[in-house]
Write a protein that binds this ligand. Structure first.
Ligand code: NAD
Length: 260
């Protein structure tokens, strides 16, 4: 379905981004990977993805906390892969502390990676999407874009902000073939969440398996993690013709979290 299209997926060396990149690749899209990690492992991942799906795969080491890096990533993808038709703003980090204990530099870092990077990437990619009258911008927000939890001020603020940005881009592109929507995952078992499970196990002096159950029971009625494959399926749907008139929506995939 996506043959001839090119997708940038930020933060795709791990977790949800990698799952989405794989699903877009399976549909034939060329992929620009991005994210941190061991250089050799990333190069292997790039080669494996290219071989498995017989597509072009590039890699950008751009740091999403730096506006100039974000713009360069879009320019590099255009140069190396030809176009940028799909932009998945996924890179994100977490840090937990009460507001009074929240380090200012962590606040700035989360706002820049989880929110501002999506603005800079969209700003850089939109002109060419509009010139071809086709594009898909998919922002990976969170259940925390719709509801809050304590100790996550920066993350919740950034994700709520990302939904606002999604709506504005959707309105500004409403009369075109470019759409912008957001996906709001609940708990997904990725390194970002594993750290929260490990921290909880250490703080409560309980086994990791128990901490995992508690984490789900607290928020996610299904008591099951959302998978990166399921999120990838939704991203593919948003790239399809069937989704052409979905504009500015926030789609929860959260095991019932935000239905409560
Ligand atoms: P992850 O830690 O597994 O992956 C994060 C990715 O972002 C990695 O590839 C990492 O290298 C990259 N990254 C981090 N900082 C970066 C930077 N400055 N520049 C470029 N890349 C950077 O996390 P994940 O759970 O897959 O999260 C992906 C997105 O999904 C995030 O935006 C997160 O907020 C969101 N999300 C996750 C969950 C969950 O339960 N895991 C739930 C809701 C939303």
């Amino acid at each position: 379905m996506l043959q001839g299209k090119t997708a940038i997926v930020t933060g795709s060396t791990s977790g949800i981004g990698l799952g989405i990149a794989r699903c877009l690749a399976r549909e034939g899209a060329a992929i620009m990977l991005n994210g941190f990690g061991d250089a050799k492992a990333i190069e292997q991942l790039r080669k494996d993805l290219a071989a498995e799906f017989k597509i072009k795969v590039g890699y950008s080491a751009a740091d999403m906390s730096k506006a100039a890096d974000v713009a360069k990533m879009v320019a590099d993808a255009t140069r190396d892969l030809g176009t940028v038709d799909i932009l998945v703003n996924n890179a994100g980090i977490q840090f937990t502390a009460s507001v009074q204990d929240f380090p200012a530099e962590k606040w700035e870092q989360i706002l820049s990676i989880n929110l501002s990077a999506a603005f800079y990437a969209a700003k850089a990619a939109l002109p060419q999407m509009l010139s071809r009258n086709w594009g898909r911008i998919i922002n990976i927000a969170s259940a925390h874009g719709l509801v809050a939890s304590e100790h996550k001020s920066a993350y919740v603020a950034a994700k709520h902000g990302l939904l606002g940005l999604t709506k504005v881009i959707a309105l500004e592109t409403a009369k075109t073939g470019v759409t912008c929507n957001a996906i709001c995952p609940g708990w997904v078992l990725t390194p970002l969440v594993q750290k929260q499970i490990d921290d909880r196990a250490a703080a409560e002096k309980i086994p990791v398996a128990k901490a995992k159950q508690e984490l789900l029971a607290e928020k996610q009625p299904s008591l099951e993690f959302v998978t990166t494959e399921q999120l990838g399926g939704l991203a593919v749907f948003l790239c399809s013709e069937a989704a052409a008139q979905m504009r500015g929506v926030a789609l929860p995939m959260d095991g019932g979290w935000t239905s409560q």
